[in-house]
Design a protein around this ligand. Structure first.
Ligand SMILES: [Zn+2]
Length: 469
């Protein structure tokens, strides 16, 4: 409990520090300089070695003298962590601390806006230094609002939370509504990210990672791993803009990036370009911001227990073949014909390397007491060219054994087909069983397993090799 209070305090100190941003500025900065240099798109083999020389010293200075000393990336709940945990997805609850009604169109626009703003950041990680995701799927999974009648034309599939707590800020600023709507703690990643064994009621899809927190009469913005807070009218008036200055800035904080209010907080000699993270300096993400984000990723991914798919030791520039074969398993959503209630199908692609076929030190997938034909499935958010899978079977010497046989199937757009020229299909315990096949372009893969006699089947890890294009 104490620990939790500490966590809350830490997050709220972020709120207070950041809410100074543009405290008395109008919603659109009057002081936005255009950045002359073009944004460089990532190719599939971009690494830190590709950082332009003119950015290097300031980016390194900020990492060393700000982010490291302030512990900006210590909490394992940055957007990087959230995207990994959500397998390429981010879920929001919109916290509507306002008396303004919201139309269905506005709610749909807000959901699209969040996806657009988030991808303005994450598109620069695509193809960069082992980052495994492309387009990030951002969903609004609920609205928290004190008065539900403000949500006009509410649809049956919209989730609405009406519990409130008292916003302490309202005692200092009475123009701010005292009633602060909240979504349930049980589905909040912020409340549970430090517990690797926590499972969300209703499954991972039902959790929310962050709030978009819109507050009536709020000045400026605030951001942290809990989400982004800004003025309700700012949210509504900017919702269809391409790049939204305060929203992108606050999302930057949710990636761990810092503010630069004071001169001593900035690199000696200043910045070589404008930056959206210095309030009022840029109304869009600049090359400096892109490389600060990428640099941050290159540093934190060295913790392979935190980001298990990126196992390369980052000593100097990484040689990456554009046709490199990569394991895309961790980017998939895993499902199965049946999973025992105490096991977890997400074990298939959690990146854990088993020591043997009865290694229960991490979550495992098993379908006891089911027998006969069972399947596990990977769904990808885009088409991949795949030509190999590696399966580590679960065998516990009790009710779970390796299968009698199995097939690899792919989704052909209309139904399931067997892969062609499959070689391998091994069932050895205590090792990966590689199967190669003629490359197929697909968005879904299945392993269809036939059980051995009265035993059930299970898998500790399932890797899928794709050509990284
Ligand atoms: Zn800020």
């Amino acid at each position: 409990m104490l620990k939790k209070k500490g966590m809350m305090a830490a997050s709220f100190s972020v709120v207070i520090a950041s809410s100074l941003l543009m405290g008395n500025a109008s919603f659109v900065s009057a002081d936005a300089h255009m950045n002359g240099s073009a944004v460089v798109a990532a190719t599939s083999n971009t690494t830190l070695a590709d950082m332009p020389a003119y950015l290097k010293s300031s980016v390194e200075w900020v990492w060393k003298n700000r982010m490291l000393t302030e512990g900006s990336t210590n909490r394992k709940n940055l957007i990087f962590d959230q995207i990994f945990a959500g397998k390429g997805t981010l879920n929001y609850v919109v916290r509507w601390q306002s008396s303004k009604p919201v139309t269905l169109q506005q709610r749909q626009d807000i959901a699209r806006m969040l996806g657009r703003q988030m991808n303005h950041w994450t598109e620069h990680l695509q193809g960069y230094d082992g980052w495994p995701y492309k387009n990030i799927k951002v969903k609004v999974v609920g609205w928290a609002v004190a008065d539900p009648s403000l949500l006009l034309d509410k649809q049956p599939d919209e989730v609405v939370y009406t519990d409130t707590i008292v916003d302490g800020l309202a005692s200092e600023q009475p123009e701010i509504p005292a009633a602060l709507p909240v979504a349930p703690n049980e589905i909040s990643r912020f409340e549970h990210f430090s517990d690797p064994n926590y499972s969300y009621p209703g499954g991972l899809d039902k959790r929310f990672d962050m709030y978009l927190w819109a507050t009536e009469n709020f000045g400026g913005g605030a951001g942290g791993d809990w989400g982004q807070r800004m003025n309700d009218e700012y949210v509504l008036s900017t919702v269809n803009a391409d790049e939204i200055e305060i929203t992108e800035h606050e999302m930057g904080h949710s990636f761990g990036l810092n503010d630069f209010y004071e001169e001593h907080e900035r690199p000696p000699g200043g910045f070589p370009t404008n930056t959206i993270m210095w309030a009022g300096d840029s109304d869009h993400i600049t090359d400096w911001d892109i490389w600060m984000l990428r640099y941050t990723w290159s540093q934190i991914k060295k913790d392979t227990s935190r980001f298990p798919t990126t196992t390369k030791d980052d000593e100097g520039p990484i040689e990456t073949d554009p046709n490199e074969i990569v394991n895309i398993g961790p980017a998939a959503i895993a499902s199965s014909s049946y999973t025992s209630s105490w096991e977890n199908v997400s074990a298939l692609n959690d990146g854990f390397e088993p020591a043997n076929s009865n290694d229960r030190s991490h979550a495992v997938y098993g379908n006891w007491p089911e027998t006969g034909t069972q399947w596990v499935q990977y769904d990808f958010d885009q088409e991949h060219t795949v030509s190999q899978t590696d399966v580590y079977w679960f065998k516990d010497g009790a009710g779970i054994d390796v299968p009698k046989s199995y097939k690899i199937k792919y989704w052909n757009g209309q139904g399931w087909s067997n892969v062609k020229q499959a070689k391998g299909l091994g069932t050895a315990a205590d090792q990966y069983n590689a199967t190669t096949f003629a490359p197929v372009k697909t968005t879904k893969l299945r392993i269809e397993m036939v059980s051995m006699g009265s035993a059930s089947t299970g898998i500790l890890e399932w890797k899928v090799a794709a050509i990284n294009k």
